[in-house]
Design a protein around this ligand. Structure first.
Ligand code: PMP
Length: 377
């Protein structure tokens, strides 16, 4: 009998996938965090062109120069993040970028602060580096949005890094500039690394009569911040497995070692698709955003009509709802052929919550909401 490594033993399989195994084929899934839209046609065409040109070999480890150049320009103009194209690495999804960041910088016993509730991969990546994930309990009175006060007291000499995720999966919250700036200052003062997962950057909603909600990158404020972003959510390109990481030179060199020996380089044809996505027309992004907003408004108003207290999330494509007893809610939802995900998988703070993804059609959401009317306790 071959024993797995302890660090692998310490990690559990994703609960989200398990839900699908027990759901009936007629169930409507509000489970997955994946845009249901087709990848825009001009982006798919770029792959066809790349194949016809025979662009099917390894690229440089860092990624094709024209893509890194385009990413660098985007970061400068949209995020005020200065980055040398030589210090940008094109990765196999944001997933690889997160894994690389912890592998490159976390030593056994190092503490890494992670949002609670937060994306499942964060704790897993920290454990696979033999670090200690330290949850940052997010507060209901702040709509589960991370603030500088939530973080301050958790920093100690063992703290190596903090993971930020704004807009956030699973809460949909968007961090405020003062908190991002404040945490960047804490990072500088305490030699702490910021791993900033900005994958939902473009999925932010502004509502009439309210202040415009904006995305801020900590990389704008601190050289200790590494910026992770990608194409999966913005351009409905999950299957392309393409993203990037930007860091200052000395951090990027360490990241490159992990990337080089892990994946060598991202897929050549996906890089061409990403280049077209970033340089091409952005109308498709606006259209998808408008549709996400229509769906968000539907799901929020239907849940409120049912008597649940559901605020409008400012970003991403999830509703995170306090249902008081998530196990019971998930069970009853499944009995009514709707898959939702228990908040317990996202951390200790959110065991009473469920996450519903509205990255599914408007019609599916309408039907799912009709079915959820039968959930009563
Ligand atoms: N970060 C967050 C917060 C996510 O929700 C996801 C996907 N669910 C990822 C990273 C991974 O994205 P990718 O497809 O680029 O690996």
């Amino acid at each position: 009998m071959i024993n797995p490594a302890n660090r692998v033993k310490s990690v559990e399989m994703s609960q989200i996938r398990k839900m699908f195994e027990i759901a009936s084929p007629t169930a409507i899934s509000l489970g997955l965090g994946e845009p249901d839209f087709d990848t825009p046609i001009h982006i798919r065409q770029a792959v066809v062109d790349a194949l016809e040109e025979g662009f099917t070999h390894y690229t440089s480890n860092k990624g094709i120069p024209e893509l890194r150049e385009a990413i660098s320009n985007k970061l400068a103009s949209e995020n005020k993040v200065k980055s040398d194209p030589e210090s940008i690495l094109v990765t196999v999804g944001a997933s690889e970028a997160l894994y690389m960041s912890t592998q490159a910088f976390v030593n056994p016993g190092d503490e890494v602060l992670i949002p609670d509730p937060g994306f499942l991969s964060y704790a897993a990546c920290v454990k696979l580096s033999e670090g200690i994930p330290v949850p940052i309990p997010l507060k209901k009175e702040n709509d589960l949005r991370m603030t500088i006060e939530d973080v301050e007291d958790l920093i100690n000499p063992h703290t190596k890094a903090i993971i930020l995720n704004s807009p956030c999966n699973p809460t949909g919250s968007v961090m405020k500039k003062k908190d991002i700036k404040g945490i960047a200052k804490l990072a500088d003062d305490n030699d702490m690394l910021i791993i900033s997962d900005e994958i939902y950057e473009k999925i932010i909603y502004s509502d009439k009569g309210q202040n415009k909600v904006k995305h801020y990158s900590p990389g704008q404020f601190s050289e200790n911040a590494i910026t992770i972003n990608g194409f999966s959510k913005t351009y409905a390109m999950t299957g392309f497995r393409i993203a990037y990481i930007a860091a200052c030179e000395h951090l990027s060199e360490e990241l490159l070692k992990v990337h080089q020996y892990n994946t060598a380089c991202a897929s050549s044809i996906s890089q061409k698709a990403a280049l077209t996505a970033i340089k091409g027309p952005q109308k498709c992004v606006d259209e998808m955003l408008a549709e996400f907003k229509r769906r968000r408004n539907l799901i929020v108003s239907r849940l409120n009509d049912m008597g649940w207290e559901c605020k409008s999330p400012q970003g991403a494509f999830y509703v995170f709802l306090d249902v008081r007893d998530s196990q019971e809610f998930v069970k009853q939802a499944l009995n009514n052929d709707v898959v939702v995900v228990s908040g317990a998988g996202f951390g200790k703070t959110s065991t009473n919550y469920v996450r519903m993804s509205y990255a599914t059609s408007y019609e599916n959401i309408e039907t799912a909401m009709e079915r959820l009317e039968n959930v009563k306790f």
